[in-house]
Design a protein around this ligand. Structure first.
Ligand code: FES
Length: 153
């Protein structure tokens, strides 16, 4: 299969990898860089477990071809904490008890960061709408929305 060399920055660190052109960003992160915080739920754009930020915008990494991201800045759940200090939204998920099994949580948090950064926190409904692509099988939606509200201030 055709391959390409792609250079991108992940959590402030530059990486150059040679990949099959069909490789998703999710597989690049998980299998080439060993960053397994982003989860593969459906691998088809339906669950949001794989959500990361690419150049500051929320994307489903399972649907994003890695070769299209030459030069991009990617942020994953592993890149949020500052040493021992959690990102305010990570802390808010703990404070609001916004997870049970935790499988969807990295995607929920990355999506929530997109929500806050892009200013979609005007009302509970607006947050709920923004977060609607992130499925939680444990049904923690009420607390997830509260955590985003708390971190948004
Ligand atoms: Fe990407 Fe489900 S794994 S949306």
């Amino acid at each position: 299969a055709p391959t390409s060399r792609v250079t991108l920055t992940v959590n402030r660190k530059r990486h150059t990898v040679t990949i099959d052109n069909r490789t998703s960003l999710l597989d690049l992160l998980r299998e080439h860089l060993g960053l397994t915080g982003s989860k593969k739920g459906c691998d088809a754009g339906a669950c949001g477990a794989c959500t990361v930020l690419a150049d500051g915008h929320r994307v489903n990494s399972c649907l994003t071809l890695a070769v299209r991201l030459e030069g991009a800045e990617i942020t994953t759940i592993e890149g949020l904490a500052d040493g021992d200090r959690l990102h305010p939204l990570q802390q808010a998920f703990i404070d609001e008890d916004a997870f049970q099994c935790g499988y969807c949580t990295p995607g929920q948090i990355m999506s929530g960061i997109g929500c806050i950064q892009e200013g979609h926190t005007g009302s509970e409904e607006e947050i709920r709408e923004w977060m609607s692509g992130n499925i939680c099988r444990c049904g923690c939606y009420v607390k997830i929305v509260r955590a985003v509200e708390r971190a948004a201030g």
